[in-house]
Ligand binder design. Sequence first.
Ligand SMILES: Nc1nc2c(ncn2[C@@H]2O[C@H](COP(=O)(O)OP(=O)(O)OP(=O)(O)O)[C@@H](O)[C@H]2O)c(=O)[nH]1
Length: 313
Amino acid sequence: MQTEHSTKLYVLTGFLGAGKTTLLLRLLDALQGRRIGVIQNEFGKLGIDGTILRNDNIQMVEVNRGSIFCSCLKLQFVQALAEMAAQNLEYLFVESSGLGDPSNVEEILQAAQVAAGASYEFRGVICLVDAVNFLEQRGDLETVNRQLKHCHLAVITKTDLVSPAQLEEVVRAIREINPVCPIEQSQMGSLSPQFLQDDLLLYQWAEGEETTNSAETKPKTLFMDFSGTVTREQLTAFLREIQSDLYRCKGFFHLADEGWNQVDLVGSRIDWKPCEEKELSQLVFISRIGPAVIKHIFSAWETCVGQEMKLRN
Ligand SMILES: Nc1nc2c(ncn2[C@@H]2O[C@H](COP(=O)(O)OP(=O)(O)OP(=O)(O)O)[C@@H](O)[C@H]2O)c(=O)[nH]1
């Protein structure tokens, strides 16, 4: 796939909340001054990480509302690849949605090559594995297995949050799915850029296959808009009520006495980070239980907050 002016292309995968954006931000920092592009694929249409990643030195394209590996968004993804190919970049990082199944990634890249004359040197798929939640997630969804099976480098994230025994168990579980990929460890996005020099494609384990992503398997995603303020305690109580119904929740919220915060719910952990002011408080919910979550969100909100909010598809 290499041509004279080819852009080195990496695909980042890893289940919802594994730490893809956190790692990408650190990597972009380490590569400051280079010509870099990012294609970001969000399940929700808010493009919340897009706001975080906005930066003049980085070319960024968002492909939202589904998985770039699904036939429903494949064309948009190929178009984004073609657009980026015109930018004469050194590196292009594709952050796929946490529910993305990259089994067909090479087929898509070939389509981009043929359809748009895009010249990329595919350098591999990097799969982030959440040390806290992976052992539970792997039995939950085929996507989690597929992401690992089709990667060329696995990075275990959140190693600061688990015991050495759990870390060992995670490594064993990775090896059951992918016996060959190198395994690195990371805390808050730290990762030596050495992998950029390595020929990761040597560690190809599985042959390309059909993705499991389709319009039918797409999980229900909902958005909340809220124009008031709540306390951290109220929002925590609300999230605790619905956390078992969700794969993931994230957004920005205006907290009374504290100001604006980025809110991340992954598994049972809630992270809060001060952030810049927004027009509205917003949350994205990715449902584990389909549309039934709507009723749960409304009743939990009524109990814990009781102010008017809007929920939309
Ligand atoms: N303690 C700790 N927290 C981490 C680490 N990596 C990521 N996080 C936190 O985990 C949460 C999710 O991280 P993100 O980088 O948004 O994860 P993501 O994979 O991009 O999430 P999606 O886009 O929703 O799939 C955030 O609150 C991060 O701060 C880590 O190594 N240690």
